[in-house]
Design a protein around this ligand. Structure first.
Ligand SMILES: *[C@@H]1O[C@H](CO)[C@@H](O)[C@H](O)[C@H]1NC(C)=O
Ligand SMILES: *[C@@H]1O[C@H](CO)[C@@H](O)[C@H](O)[C@H]1NC(C)=O
Ligand SMILES: *[C@@H]1O[C@H](CO)[C@@H](O)[C@H](O)[C@H]1NC(C)=O
Ligand SMILES: *[C@@H]1O[C@H](CO)[C@@H](O)[C@H](O)[C@H]1NC(C)=O
Ligand SMILES: *[C@@H]1O[C@H](CO)[C@@H](O)[C@H](O)[C@H]1NC(C)=O
Ligand SMILES: *[C@@H]1O[C@H](CO)[C@@H](O)[C@H](O)[C@H]1NC(C)=O
Length: 836
C-alpha cells in the first residue's frame, strides 16, 4: 500500500508550507510557478530595455533598449516583435568614448528618452557613446527621419551622457520637458524645455545658486487642468545646513505657458518652484530618498485635484537599510504648498529662512510674461516653498521593513460591489513584484511574483490597464505579468481569502473569476476576507442542488503504510503565508515529546503502535479553518506488493529531501504529498506536468538553463523515455490494483472522517480548495488547470538565468551618514521643516 504514496499526483502548486502570521505577501510565486506565468521577451536586442512607452491604444509597447528601439505587439499573454530600429554608435564613436576613459560596455547607445511627439512622429534620445543624440521617428514606418535641422540633433540637456544616471522626460504639445544633467561629468543638472517654436522659446533653469542641488531625477508628469509639468526628484537639502548632505525628496513645477522674462530671466523659467515631499512617520527618521513615483488619476467625475502621487522612498541612514515606504501625496496638497510662503536665501550667510518681508509676487504662478524686472527678480529668489508636502492621511501608505522597493505602478480597480480599490504593484530590488491592495486597515499584499533571478541594475515598470498586464523592463530583457490569475483560487474560501479585488467566486459556475463589470452575484470581500459570510450561499446551493456533493467536501486523504520504528515525516500541503497550520489527531493530543512540528509545516514522529492512526493538517486563516489533508498511518502488512522503486518509503523520501531536486529527472519527491481522492486519476496524473509542478519553483533557481530546458521537455510529457519501460508497465498494473484498494480504503476513511471534516470547518464550506475539482462538479477546464498546463512554459524557458549579478545600489547611493537622534528630532519630534 505504500506505493499509493508514490503514485500520488501532486496538485499543490507552491513550495513549503509557511505558517507565519506577520504581514507577508499572502502567496508567493517563485520563478517558474505555473500559477503565475510570465511572458518573457529576451533576445540580443532587448538588453537594457529600460525605457518603456505604451501607444495610446495600449496595443504596442515601444522599448528604448541598447542600440535599438523596439516596437512590440502586446496582449495579456504575448509579446511579439513588430518592428526594430537600429541606432548604434559607429566604430569611431566607440573609440572616442573609450579615449574618454569609459568602459566599452557603457559606450553603447542607451535610449533614455522615448516620447510620442505628435500624431505622426516620435522622439528619442540616447546616451550615444557618452555624446547624447536625439532622433525623430516616423511612427508609421518606424524609421529614423531627420528633424528640421536635417541631421541628428545634439542631445545635450535632453539625455544624460552616462547610462547609469537617471533622467526624466515628457512631451506636452510637441515640446519636450526634461530633467537631466547636461555635461559629461554629470555635475550640471538642468530642468529644461526643448523643441519649442515661435515665441514659445526653449527654456532652462537659471544658473542661480540653489535651484537644483545634485539632483537625481525620477519622473515627471503633466497636469492638464493646471497646465503645469511636475518633476519629482531627490537632491541635497541645503536648507538643512546642520546636517551634512541631507537628501530630501522634491516636487518641482513649471508652467507650460512660460516663455521666460523679457530682460530678467530671459529664456529662463519664470515659474519654477520646488517643495519638499516628506514621507515620515511620527518619531521616526524620514524616508527621504525618492526611488520612483507614479500618478493615479482621480475617479471619473472627480476633480483633478484628487490626483494622487504614490512615491517609493528609502532612507539614507544605515539603520533603515533595506527598508522602504510608500507615501501618497495629493495634487491638492502640492498646490497648497506652492501657493503658500517661500523661503529666502541670505546670500551672505548662505542660510535659508522663511521670508518675513512683503511678498512682491506669487512665486510659481503662471503667466508672468510681461512682469516687471522687480517681480521677476523676486520670483528668481523665491523658489523653495516654505512648507513641506505631507502625505495624505498624514502617514505612510505601505512600510516594508525588509524589502527595498524600487519601482511602482498603481491602478484603481472596481470590486464586485462596485467599490473602488487602489492596487499598487511594487517591484523589489531583489526581483519580486508585490501586488498590494490598500485597505482601511492597511496594505494587504495579495501576492508576490518573482520576476528576476538576479537583482537588476536598471529597471522600469509600466502598467497596461486595458491589457491587464504589468510590463517590466530590465537590463536583461522584458517581461509581462498578468495583473491577476483568478483561476488559481479553486474554492470559494480561497477566492475570498485572497482579497483580490480582481477576483470573485461565481456561485453558479463554481469558479473564481475575473470581475469584468460590476457583478454583484460574485462572492468577494476585499476589506475583511470573511469566508463564512461570502461562501455560505455556496453551501446552501450545492447542498440543495447536488446533495451528494457534501461527501466530496472532505480534504484529500492519503493512506501510508509504514513499518514500526520508522521515522514518519508528514507534509502539509501548501497553505497561504498568512495561514497558521497545525496538526491534529483524532481523540488524542500531539505530545511534543513524540511529535515534532517543524517550521516548514511538516510533522515528524516515530511509528509505534500508539502513533498509528489518522492525522489532519489544518490551516486557519482570517478566522476560517480548513482541513488541508488527512493521513491515515497504518502498519505495513503486505510488503510483497512493493515494486522496486527506491522512492516509496517515507524514510527514503526523507533522504531524498535532503538533496532536493538534485537531478532534473526526479519527478518523485511527491511521495508524501496528498493525492487526489479518485485513485484512477492518480494513474492519469502520473505522466502529467502536475506531478512536478511543486518542484518548478524550488527547482528553477538551482539549475542551469540547459538543465532547465531538458527538464522542461520532460515536463511536456516525455517521462516515459526517462523511466524504464518495464517499471512503467508494472506500475500501471500495480496502479490499477491499487486503485481498487485505495478507493476502498478511502471510502472507509472518509466515512469515518466525514464528521471530522464537517465539524472542523466553519459553516461547512469546502475543507480544501482542492476538493472542489475532485468532486463530480469539476469542469474540464478545472481539470485541465489542475494538471498545470501552462501554455507559456516554453517562453519562460527562453530566459537566460545567467545574468551578471548587480548590487542595485551605486545608482543614487547617497553616502550614509550617522547622526544622533536628538540632532534630527526637532521640538516636534520629526525633522524640522524650518531650517535653523
Ligand atoms: C493560473 O493558475 C492556474 C492554476 O494554478 C494555472 O494552471 C494557469 O497556468 C495560471 N495562468 C496564468 C496566466 O498564470
Ligand atoms: C498583435 O497580436 C495579436 C495576437 O497576438 C494579433 O491579433 C494582432 O493582429 C497583432 N497586431 C498587430 C498590429 O500586429
Ligand atoms: C510632427 O513633428 C514632426 C517633427 O517636428 C514634423 O515634421 C511633423 O510635421 C509633425 N506632424 C504633425 C502632424 O504636426
Ligand atoms: C505681454 O507680452 C506679449 C508678448 O510676450 C504681448 O503680446 C502682450 O501684448 C503683452 N501683454 C500685456 C498686457 O502687456
Ligand atoms: C546593461 O545590461 C547589462 C546586462 O545585460 C548590465 O551588465 C549593464 O549594467 C546594463 N547597463 C546599463 C547602463 O543599464
Ligand atoms: C521540513 O522539515 C523537516 C524537519 O525539519 C524535514 O525533515 C522535511 O524534509 C522538511 N520538509 C520540506 C518540504 O522542506
Amino acid at each position: 500500500m505504500v506505493i499509493s504514496a508514490s503514485l500520488c499526483a501532486c496538485v499543490f502548486l507552491l513550495t513549503a508550507v509557511r505558517c507565519h502570521s506577520h504581514v507577508l505577501p499572502r502567496l508567493s510565486f517563485p520563478m517558474g510557478s505555473p500559477g503565475r506565468s510570465l511572458t518573457v521577451f529576451t533576445n540580443d536586442d532587448s538588453y537594457n530595455a529600460t525605457t518603456l512607452l505604451l501607444s495610446n491604444d495600449e496595443g504596442t509597447l515601444f522599448v528604448g533598449a541598447r542600440d535599438t528601439i523596439l516596437s512590440i505587439n502586446i496582449s495579456q499573454t504575448d509579446m511579439t516583435l513588430k518592428e526594430k530600429l537600429d541606432w548604434s554608435p559607429s566604430e569611431k564613436d566607440f573609440n572616442d568614448c573609450s579615449m574618454k576613459g569609459k568602459l566599452k560596455m557603457d559606450c553603447h547607445n542607451f535610449v533614455r528618452v522615448l516620447q510620442v511627439l505628435n500624431s505622426t512622429h516620435m522622439y528619442a534620445c540616447g546616451t550615444f557613446a557618452f555624446s547624447p543624440r536625439c532622433i525623430y521617428i516616423n511612427s508609421q514606418t518606424f524609421t529614423m527621419v531627420t528633424g528640421p535641422s536635417g541631421k541628428p540633433e545634439e542631445g545635450r540637456g535632453r539625455c544624460p551622457y552616462d547610462p547609469y544616471q537617471k533622467n526624466s522626460a515628457i512631451t506636452v504639445d510637441g515640446e519636450l520637458y526634461t530633467g537631466t544633467v547636461s555635461d559629461f561629468r554629470g555635475t550640471r543638472p538642468v530642468i529644461s524645455r526643448h523643441l519649442s517654436e515661435g515665441s514659445h522659446v526653449d527654456l532652462k533653469l537659471d544658473d542661480t545658486l540653489g535651484w537644483l542641488e545634485d539632483p537625481t531625477f525620477i519622473s515627471s508628469t503633466y497636469i492638464h487642468s493646471e497646465e503645469k509639468v511636475y518633476f519629482f526628484f531627490s537632491e541635497i537639502g541645503k536648507e538643512y545646513d546642520f546636517i551634512d548632505k541631507f537628501t530630501v525628496s522634491r516636487v518641482a513645477q513649471v508652467c507650460t505657458s512660460d516663455v521666460g522674462g523679457q530682460r530678467t530671466l530671459q529664456k529662463r523659467w519664470t515659474t519654477f518652484a520646488k517643495a519638499q515631499l516628506l514621507c515620515q512617520a511620527d518619531q521616526e527618521l524620514p524616508y527621504n530618498v525618492l526611488q520612483d513615483v507614479i500618478s493615479l488619476s482621480p475617479p471619473e467625475g472627480a476633480s483633478e485635484d484628487e490626483t494622487l502621487f504614490y512615491g517609493i522612498f528609502t532612507s539614507q541612514w544605515r539603520v533603515n537599510l533595506g527598508r522602504s515606504a510608500v507615501c501618497a501625496f495629493s495634487l491638492k496638497d502640492i498646490k497648497k504648498v506652492f501657493t503658500g510662503r517661500y523661503k529666502v536665501l541670505n546670500r551672505d550667510t548662505l542660510k535659508w529662512s522663511t521670508r518675513v518681508q512683503e511678498q512682491m509676487a506669487n512665486p510659481g504662478e503662471c503667466g508672468l510674461h510681461n512682469a516687471s524686472d522687480n517681480t521677476l527678480r523676486f520670483v528668481k529668489d523665491n523658489f523653495l516653498a516654505d512648507k513641506s508636502v505631507l502625505p495624505v492621511n498624514q502617514g505612510l501608505t505601505v512600510v516594508s521593513p525588509d524589502k527595498s522597493y524600487s519601482n511602482i505602478a498603481a491602478q484603481r480597480v472596481q470590486g464586485a460591489r462596485g467599490k473602488y480599490y487602489t492596487v499598487l504593484y511594487l517591484l523589489t530590488e531583489s526581483g519580486f513584484l508585490h501586488k498590494t491592495v490598500l485597505l482601511k486597515k492597511g496594505a494587504h499584499i495579495i501576492e508576490e511574483i518573482q520576476v528576476f533571478h538576479q537583482p537588476q541594475m536598471v529597471k522600469s515598470l509600466l502598467l497596461s490597464v486595458s491589457k491587464g498586464a504589468v510590463l517590466i523592463g530590465s537590463s536583461e530583457g522584458l517581461l509581462s505579468v498578468p495583473v491577476s490569475n483568478c483561476s488559481h483560487y479553486r474554492s470559494c474560501a480561497e477566492c475570498v481569502l485572497a482579497r483580490d479585488p480582481f477576483c470573485g467566486w461565481d456561485l453558479s459556475q463554481r469558479v473564481c473569476k475575473l470581475i469584468t463589470t460590476s457583478q454583484n452575484q460574485l462572492a468577494q470581500d476585499v476589506d475583511e476576507g470573511k469566508v463564512s459570510e461570502q461562501c455560505s450561499s455556496v453551501n446552501l446551493r450545492s447542498r440543495s442542488g447536488q446533495p451528494q456533493n457534501t461527501q466530496t467536501l472532505c480534504p484529500p486523504g492519503e493512506v501510508l503504510s509504514v513499518s514500526l520504528n520508522e521515522v514518519i515525516n508528514l507534509q502539509c500541503p501548501e497553505a497561504s503565508n498568512l495561514a497558521k497550520c497545525h496538526w491534529e489527531r483524532l481523540n488524542s493530543q500531539l505530545s511534543p515529546k513524540i511529535f515534532i512540528q517543524s517550521v516548514n509545516g511538516s510533522l515528524s514522529f516515530v511509528a509505534t503502535p500508539s502513533t498509528l492512526g489518522h492525522y489532519l493538517c489544518q490551516a486557519v486563516e482570517n478566522g476560517y479553518t480548513q482541513t488541508l489533508i488527512v493521513y491515515h498511518i497504518k502498519q505495513k502488512n503486505n510488503p510483497t506488493i512493493l515494486p522496486s522503486s527506491p522512492k516509496i518509503t517515507p524514510t527514503s523520501a526523507e533522504a531524498g529531501n535532503k538533496t532536493p531536486f538534485s537531478t532534473p529527472t526526479a519527478p518523485k519527491h511527491t511521495e508524501l504529498r496528498p493525492k487526489p481522492e479518485d485513485p484512477s486519476s492518480t494513474v492519469a496524473h502520473k505522466d502529467s506536468p502536475a506531478t512536478t509542478t511543486r518542484k518548478s519553483k524550488n527547482f528553477t533557481p538551482l539549475i542551469s538553463a540547459e538543465e532547465e530546458s531538458s527538464w522542461m521537455n520532460e515536463r511536456s510529457g516525455n517521462f516515459k523515455q526517462v523511466d524504464k519501460p518495464t517499471y512503467l508497465q508494472e506500475l500501471v498494473v500495480v496502479s490499477v490494483l491499487l486503485a481498487l484498494c485505495v478507493s476502498a480504503l478511502l471510502t472507509i476513511a472518509f466515512n469515518r472522517f466525514r464528521h471530522v471534516c464537517t465539524s472542523r470547518t466553519i459553516a461547512q464550506t469546502p475543507c480544501s480548495r482542492r476538493d472542489v475539482e475532485k468532486g463530480g462538479s469539476a469542469t474540464p477546464q478545472e481539470r485541465e488547470s489542475l494538471r498545470g498546463h501552462s501554455p507559456r512554459l516554453e517562453k519562460r524557458n527562453g530566459q537566460a538565468p545567467n545574468g551578471q549579478s548587480h548590487i542595485g545600489q551605486a545608482h543614487n547611493g547617497k553616502s550614509s551618514i550617522t547622526l544622533s537622534n536628538n540632532m534630527l528630532n526637532g521640538s516636534n519630534g520629526h525633522l524640522p521643516n524650518t531650517p535653523i
